[in-house]
Design a protein around this ligand. Structure first.
Ligand code: F6R
Length: 609
């Protein structure tokens, strides 16, 4: 969840590292720090708060060409200056930045304290600095000391280490937390996320778990924890620099919502054959025969990705006729899932690095399932570890709240449905109809986005509410949950999403005069039932925002506000219905004076369990 960046080269390290931190800030932003090395001196500056606060403390004129930096999302210990990274050994000669969690840090800390180390932070990371120092004192070099220290760690890490006794190289290693090596012209970058270094190089080497990179004046090498050298390919990353800028929008979230028509185009480009009512998914070509025999689908994901999976369950069961279960990544492996070789496990993840989803993929593979990924971040761990998959092509999503990635996840699931459905009993006519409707979605999304002023006005009126319910049935049930998640995570308003039919089983007890309820009631097969729920809310004084289909005659006495979305197939309605909920959450948040891109306590990529 934290972001780390390192540099060894010929440029001044400080500006490179600070720029990297700014780009990584979405991963964690409660404190930040930087260490640079010049000769045998390591200089460290750390601060609580955002990277801008660290920047204010940085002294100009640092000439060093080597350094490491970190932006933190606290796991062990509060966000304080002493808990911020880099952490160092007591003699100040070893400095470390770390992303991940060391599970056995208490035992190691006790051992190190017995041999004289003094701890100054509450973090798990500090043990790594002391442990490497401890190993160095036996006379081995920094690479061997790091290797020897790492084999004693249990847990996850992406780390970068430097030592003033070894000014000619820095060492980076990965176990369960992403780490990328960027190769420049006689210079090297290391980062937990390509976005930190993309402006300098597109040549990347992806480290795998258990690998150590040694980066110095003579280039780099990669070895295993057991000191076996590894040959790795340098891959060329294809991502436009512009994609990770705000492009004039006030927030990434707004930019990303506005990009959704293009995202729909990109997620479906070249993947639809309308004439034959088929989806062409190149990423599934090698497993197409195996997919024909699949008897069961398990979808795993976390947060919004999980809700997209729930939409996929409705789509796949209705149109492909395959039994589907959707499971939270964090529950999957602890549930001892029963998996046969005719089960396909589909992991959905924007970042491709979510620890719980990745753990589910590994568990499924071990049990012999075919694993597929619906992943946005190209080259991410889940993309690489699944047997096959389909990229979202939504472009980098920087805002913490998922918007365009969520929409593209549902879109790719619709393509999957077409693919698996046409392998089975879906008729040509149905396939053609779905393909044609998918192609019309970008324009329909535009029609919703242009209502942003109206939705902004509604946001203004709801900014002071303390609670809200979101209700939806069938395809819109997961969207109710997604709408509630969006509102609570960025505006801090307590919100819950329910299947509308569940209201009378308990939640309706809270409805009283003025209680806000967002009812998703598009004109679909459950419209009449949704309207009955709406009347039940209204009868108890609830304040209703209704999302429904253009052309529906709405009794204005039943609703306070109504937002219209264009008509589409029922299975594609969630892709449209979520857009007003994203906009609503955004505008309520802005009205409250909060930053939707960096909500408190959250980070974009959750690489810890
Ligand atoms: C909510 C949100 C999160 C993510 C979840 C999974 O707006 O963004 O709930 O959906 O953390 O992340 P990925 O998709 O990267 O696995």
């Amino acid at each position: 969840m934290c972001g780390i960046v390192g540099y060894f080269g010929k440029k001044e390290a400080q500006p490179v590292l600070m720029e990297g931190l700014r780009r990584l800030e979405y991963r964690g932003y409660d404190s930040a720090g930087i260490a640079t090395m010049e000769g045998d001196v390591i200089r460290i500056t750390r601060s609580v708060g955002k990277v801008s606060e660290l920047a204010a403390l940085i002294k100009e004129g640092d000439q060093s060409n080597v350094g490491i930096a970190h932006t933190r999302w606290a796991t062990h210990g509060k966000p304080t200056e002493s808990n911020a990274h880099p952490h160092r050994s007591n003699d100040g000669k070893v400095a470390v930045v770390h992303n991940g969690i060391i599970e056995n840090y208490k035992e190691l800390k006790e051992m190190l304290q017995r041999s004289g180390a003094t701890f100054v932070s509450e973090t798990d990371t500090e043990v790594i600095a002391h442990l490497i120092r401890h190993e160095l004192s036996s006379g081995i070099n920094l690479v061997d000391a790091t290797r020897t220290a790492l084999v004693q760690l249990k847990g996850t890490y992406g780390i970068i280490v430097m030592s003033s006794e070894y000014p000619d190289y820095i060492v980076a290693a990965r176990m369960g937390s992403p780490l990328i090596l960027g190769v420049g012209d006689n210079e090297h970058y290391i980062a937990s996320d390509a976005s930190a270094i993309l402006r300098y190089t597109r040549q990347m080497v992806y480290l795998d778990d258990g690998e150590i990179a040694v980066v110095g004046r003579g280039g780099f090498d990669i070895r295993t924890l057991g000191n076996k050298m590894v040959e790795k390919e340098i891959e060329l990353i294809d991502a436009a620099e512009a994609e990770i800028q705000k492009m004039g929008y006030p927030h990434f979230m707004m930019k990303e919502m506005m990009e959704q028509p293009d995202v729909l185009l990109n997620s479906t480009r070249g993947r639809l054959d309308v004439e034959n009512g088929m989806a062409i998914l190149g990423g599934l070509r090698d497993v197409a025969d195996r997919l024909r025999d699949i008897e069961r689908v398990i979808i795993v994901g976390c947060g919004s990705a999980y809700y997209a999976g729930l939409v996929g369950e409705y789509m796949l069961e209705e149109y492909a006729g395959i039994p589907v279960e959707v499971e939270l990544g964090s529950e999957f492996r602890y549930r001892k899932p029963i998996i046969s070789k005719n089960t396909v496990v589909i992991a959905i993840s924007q970042s491709g690095e979510t620890a719980d989803t990745l753990a589910a993929v590994r568990e499924a593979k071990e049990k012999g399932a075919l694993t597929l990924g619906i992943v946005n971040a190209v080259g991410s761990t889940i993309a690489r570890e699944t047997d096959a998959g389909v990229y979202n092509h939504a472009g980098p999503e920087i805002g913490v709240a998922s918007t365009k990635a969520f929409v593209s996840q549902m879109t790719v699931l619709a393509l999957f449905t077409l693919f698996l459905g046409r392998q089975r009993s879906m008729s040509l006519v149905t396939g053609q109809r779905i393909a044609k409707e998918i192609l019309e979605l970008p324009d329909k999304v535009k029609e919703i986005l242009i209502q942003q002023d109206k939705i902004g006005d509604i946001g203004l009126r709801y900014k002071d509410v303390a609670h809200a319910y979101f209700l939806g049935r069938k395809y819109c049930n997961p969207i109710a949950m997604e709408g509630a998640l969006k509102l609570k995570e960025i505006s801090y308003i307590h919100a819950e999403g329910y299947a509308a039919g569940e209201m009378k089983h308990g939640p309706i007890a809270l409805i009283e005069d003025g209680f806000p309820v967002i009812v998703l009631a598009p004109k679909d097969s459950v419209y009449d039932k949704s309207m009955s729920n709406l009347e039940e809310i209204r009868a108890r004084g609830g304040r209703v925002i209704m999302v429904t289909t253009e052309g529906c005659e709405i009794d204005r006495n039943l609703v306070d506000d109504v937002i219209f979305i264009p008509k589409t197939l029922e299975m594609l309605t969630p892709i449209l219905a979520v857009i007003p909920l994203q906009l609503l959450a955004y505008f309520v948040t802005i009205e409250k004076g909060l930053d939707p891109d960096m909500p408190r306590n959250l980070a974009k990529s959750v690489t810890v369990e």
